[in-house]
Design a protein around this ligand. Structure first.
Ligand SMILES: [Zn+2]
Length: 208
């Protein structure tokens, strides 16, 4: 007696397995792609990523990148100043972007790193994100952590591809960089064709 299955049964089994595989692949693709097709939600009420009441210079320069903002304090040193979450969200990256390099308060002209150096990215929901680059030390938050507006993410530094201690900051909608808004009003930094600076006072204040 043979245990060999009739050819038709084997074909049916193989067909069912392939069919399940196709269904699984379609579901997996949908899980990844559908959120990317969803229209972005309304702009969160972003605040400057620095402490309440401080005035900072926001600027850009040719070759920076459209919408990118570099922040320098108008009073005191930049090194070590607190970098705060612009808005509540979930940390999606906290670590090294590119390489750290060797620029520190003790050796400000040390070897330049690559990319963003120590950095943090936050997902605010509704497909809005913020990024904080060139931090002095490893971020004070970890990937997956929930943060509230005003929570400290790290300290201002000059890691990565940075000329001097400052905070490089971006707001993104659906992965695309957009003009930064703070406290409900636009920064005016929309392109990197020319050097441009503006000063703003932080209203990233603890809840009353
Ligand atoms: Zn920058």
């Amino acid at each position: 007696m043979t245990t060999k299955q009739p050819a038709r049964t084997r074909t049916r089994v193989v067909g069912a397995v392939v069919g399940l595989g196709v269904v699984a692949a379609v579901i997996a693709a949908a899980v990844v792609i559908v959120p990317l097709l969803r229209p972005p939600g309304p702009r969160p009420a972003f605040q400057l990523p620095v402490p309440c009441g401080e005035t900072w210079q926001l600027g850009t320069y040719p070759g920076h990148d459209d919408f990118d903002v570099d922040l320098f304090p108008t009073v005191g040193q930049a090194w070590g100043r607190p970098v705060l979450a612009s808005y509540a969200g979930a940390v999606t990256a906290a670590g090294v972007n590119g390489s750290v390099g060797g620029r520190t308060p003790e050796d400000p002209d040390g070897p330049r790193g690559r990319g963003g150096g120590y950095w943090v990215e936050i997902d605010h929901g509704g497909r809005w994100e913020t990024q904080y680059l060139h931090l002095l030390e490893p971020p004070m938050v970890r990937k997956g952590q929930r943060v509230e507006q005003g929570d400290q993410l790290g300290k201002v530094g000059s890691t990565g591809n940075s000329g001097a201690p400052h905070l490089h900051y971006e707001q993104r909608r659906g992965r695309e960089k957009v003009e930064t808004y703070f406290d409900g009003s636009p920064s005016g930094i929309t392109h990197d064709d020319a050097e441009y600076t503006v000063t703003r006072k932080s209203n990233n204040c603890p809840p009353a």
